[in-house]
Design a protein around this ligand. Structure first.
Ligand SMILES: C[S@@+](CC[C@H](N)C(=O)[O-])C[C@H]1O[C@@H](n2cnc3c(N)ncnc32)[C@H](O)[C@@H]1O
Length: 228
């Protein structure tokens, strides 16, 4: 089993795990104190509208944290929603915010790299700023393998990461920036790229973070040749 539950040295040179990092971060802060906070996830919703997903589409938000994407999707009438996050505290915050509506959502506390979905379980997989924390080739390839298994052939995938002109760290952790070509190279064996969009995210502190979002469609067959 590959997981990101590994020990690293934090800014104070103390040993911690990624899970502890995120649990601490989501405890005792308001959403306005997170750089990634957005009151409404315009770009993600734009992709979902573009694909004209049916209201019963099986949708999962990977590393959803306490993002408002799930609120927006409930508001739009989507009925089969799952949010996965490594942090129980983040999920609890989202549940508290949604109140009774939280009962309409499946919540999973897990490291994405320990997630074992059934084959073809989802019609739409969304990830904004979780995948980019995977900084080793082994973790990246493990994620690709989980995503390609979980998304049904013909299903959709939207990925948002920091772009080559974006920050090099997120929440104090190292990340990998992606260009269109780099994202394509990682996912091309299993996914056909559809369209990409750059977004200049304005943080609650009025700074700008450059994101790249690309959408993909799960191929019916894996490409036989490696993509160079
Ligand atoms: C920068 S925040 C983005 C949150 C949300 N996607 C949004 O756009 O508001 C990254 C999120 O990914 C989660 N995360 C980080 N590494 C993860 C992993 N290996 N597995 C699952 N979730 C992870 C964190 O707990 C956090 O909620």
């Amino acid at each position: 089993m590959i997981s990101t539950s590994i020990i690293f040295r934090n800014g104070k040179n103390m040993e911690t795990t990624f899970k502890t990092h995120w649990e601490n971060l989501y405890t005792g802060k308001t959403e306005q104190e997170y750089s990634w906070f957005q009151p409404y996830p315009h770009t993600s919703i734009e992709f979902i509208e573009y694909f004209k997903l049916p209201k019963n589409a099986r949708i999962i938000d990977i590393g959803g944290g306490d993002s408002h994407l799930v609120d927006a999707l409930l508001q739009m009438g989507y009925t089969d929603l799952t949010v996965l996050d490594i942090s129980a505290a983040a999920i609890e915050k989202a549940k508290q915010r949604l109140g009774d509506q939280a009962l309409q959502v499946k919540w999973i506390v897990s490291d994405v790299n320990e997630f074992e979905p059934a084959a073809g379980q989802y019609d739409f997989w969304h990830d904004r700023a979780a995948f980019h924390f995977l900084t080793t080739e082994a973790l990246v390839q493990h994620y690709v393998d989980i995503a390609q298994r979980a998304i049904r052939p013909g299903g959709y995938f939207v990925l948002g990461t920091f772009s080559p002109i974006g920050p090099k760290k997120c929440s104090g952790l190292d990340i990998r920036q992606y260009s269109r070509a780099a994202m394509h190279a990682v996912f091309a064996p299993f996914f056909r790229r559809i369209r990409c969009k750059e977004e200049a995210h304005v943080t609650p502190f009025q700074t700008t973070q450059h994101f790249l979002f690309c959408s993909f469609r799960r191929r019916r067959e894996r490409l036989p040749l490696p993509i160079i």
